[in-house]
Write a protein that binds this ligand. Structure first.
Ligand code: 3EB
Length: 343
């Protein structure tokens, strides 16, 4: 369904983002487009607010030697922001962004379930019934909760319960990131759109995360490897690539070897975005690694940052937005994880 507002251009560019670094001019970087929301990958770990009428997420992701970016989501349509309980959101008639934060707690599953269901309910109430992308920035992600259960596994239980209870309405799980952050608590932000043009992709080289065996946790992670958004007119398709790591099948490969983990991660993304994989999912088109933009690279150990930066420069080239963070990954044996957007 396309909503047309009088006097509004019909171009419906999918939401994409620009990384704005300290000292850079946001207007210039975003070419004056409308802002749907901002995510500061800085020193935060504070509840999101409405700033200039749109969500401002403040996540604690910038340690020493890491990038401090303001990820600015833009659209070509007029934007309206709002608040609903603990959620802040913005919508442009086609696309929707919402955010919230879960404060530190002994266990997370019940709150996570509640927050996800509240976000689903808001999306549906406003007519944005198709999930595109979710980010989950989890403090002490591989640390134990008050019951001795890993925070990530506890988080996955609540998220899976929310998807189960909404399975009649939300059929597919979207692309996602589940990654460590530098302060306790969980920062979340979601992108959604109106129905009809969304496809969730799996990777033939990897077991679908929602079918991981129980040794990785009581409830499997609820996400797809990528989500494809095909636009009605104007701009071409956009592919949101999930956080991707050195996993083949469901196994971590090359534990302890950051170069090989980078290579497998990039090969996984290459296979995922390829024309062959899109065809497998009934979609035309396809991408190469060089089409990646808005790349975020998460590196577990600070001493690997330089090697990972060099590896990415070699394979991805130098022009697009790319940022590096020194945070924990959701399995202790994963040294690196990468995500991005193809268009
Ligand atoms: C993996 O492939 C690595 O739980 O939302 C990547 C992307 C990972 C998203 C999530 C986890 C998540 O299993 C970890």
């Amino acid at each position: 369904m396309t909503i047309t507002h009088p006097g509004v251009p019909t171009r419906t560019g999918a939401p994409t983002c620009r990384f704005v670094r300290p000292g850079e001019n946001e207007e210039e970087r975003t070419e004056g487009r409308n802002v749907l929301g901002r995510v500061i990958y800085g020193h935060g770990g504070r509840a999101p607010v409405l700033h200039g009428g749109v969500p401002l997420v403040r996540a604690a992701m910038a340690g020493e030697g890491a990038d401090r970016i303001n990820e600015v989501w833009v659209t070509d349509r007029p934007v309206r922001g709002g608040r609903d309980g603990g959620l802040v959101y913005a919508e442009d008639g086609e696309h929707f962004l919402c955010a919230t934060r879960i404060e530190p707690d002994g266990t997370y599953r019940d709150t996570v379930r509640g927050v996800y269901e509240a976000a689903f309910a808001l999306m549906w109430r406003l007519g944005y019934t198709e999930l595109l992308r979710m980010w989950n920035l989890v403090g002490a992600i591989t640390g134990p909760n008050s019951e001795g259960v890993e925070n990530y596994r506890d988080f996955c239980v609540g998220r899976a319960q929310a998807f189960e209870s909404w399975s009649g309405r939300i059929a597919g799980m979207p692309a996602a990131t589940g990654i460590g952050s530098l302060r306790p608590g969980i920062d979340l932000y979601f992108l959604a759109c109106r129905s009809g043009r969304v496809r969730h992709l799996e990777n033939p080289l990897q077991t679908p995360a929602h079918r991981y065996p129980a040794r990785y946790g009581p409830k499997a992670p609820s996400f797809a490897r990528a989500t494809l958004l095909e636009q009605d007119g104007g701009t071409g398709p956009v592919l949101y690539v999930s956080g991707t790591a050195s996993i083949l099948g469901d196994d971590t490969v090359h534990p302890g070897d950051v170069e090989r983990q980078c290579a497998v991660t990039l090969a996984n993304i290459e296979a995922l975005v390829s024309p062959e994989n899109l065809r497998r999912h009934g979609a035309a088109g396809g991408f190469a690694l060089t089409d990646l933009d808005c790349v975020k690279v998460y590196v577990r150990d600070a001493e690997h940052l330089d090697a990972v930066r060099a590896h990415c420069a070699r394979v991805l080239g130098g022009v697009r937005d790319i940022a590096f963070f020194n945070v924990d990954v959701c399995r202790p044996d994963l040294l690196v994880e990468m995500e991005g957007i193809c268009r």
